[in-house]
Design a protein around this ligand. Structure first.
Ligand SMILES: [Fe+2]
Ligand SMILES: [Fe+2]
Length: 195
């Protein structure tokens, strides 16, 4: 079977959907490679800082690694700005969506809101509210998001920091991406995969 025969999903058979599942599994196996490509594209993201977005991401991941953080945390830091490429108006949400199957709910939440928490460092210079993060001050992960931004984001624009190359993080990324939580029934019931 090269392709299914149906042109409306409602007419597909079990065999066809099993075939499509196998095709999708093959495609998913290339996810780590596509994420690496996407990270490399960050090199050409917007400029003005002393380091490009790829170097910024690598610097954060390097700091997380040297601080003894878990693989999941290192990958969350590495990918936190991956949305800059295709979601410049909602980059935090995009990165969080990519990470969601591979990290804890806590890390997902931190990455999803990191843009808002980062505003603390600059928004007052441009007429914004640097304390916008305080809307989450009673949230159990509020301090964790502050720490994430303080240790692995706002301080990662130093061109002289001895930053590890992308290749250093490749095996860590592959390990994390090889463990999606798709078999967690609660996860599937809550978020599903359809659509
Ligand atoms: Fe960001
Ligand atoms: Fe960042």
């Amino acid at each position: 079977m090269q392709t299914v025969s149906f042109i409306h999903m409602e007419n597909g058979t079990r065999e066809e959907y099993e075939f499509l599942d196998r095709m999708e599994d093959k495609y998913k196996a290339g996810l780590a490679d596509r994420i690496l490509e996407s990270l490399r594209r960050l090199e050409h993201s917007f400029s003005g800082y002393k380091v490009d977005r790829l170097q910024h991401s690598l610097q954060g991941a390097t700091r997380a690694h040297r601080a003894g953080e878990s693989d999941e945390t290192i990958v969350a830091v590495l990918l936190h700005d991956i949305g800059d490429d295709l979601a410049p108006y909602s980059h935090s949400e995009m990165a969080a969506a990519v990470l969601r199957p591979f990290v804890s709910d806590r890390l997902y939440w931190i990455v999803k809101h990191h843009g808002l928490f980062q505003m603390y460092y600059y928004a007052h210079h441009t007429g914004g509210d640097r304390n916008a993060r305080e809307r989450f001050k009673n949230h159990p992960w509020y301090q964790d998001a502050i720490d994430f931004c303080h240790r692995y984001d706002q301080n990662c624009f130093d061109p002289d920091y001895p930053t590890e190359p992308l290749e250093f993080f490749e095996p860590i990324l592959r390990r994390v991406v090889a463990r999606p939580r798709f078999n967690d029934p609660e996860y599937e019931a809550r978020y599903g995969e359809a659509g």
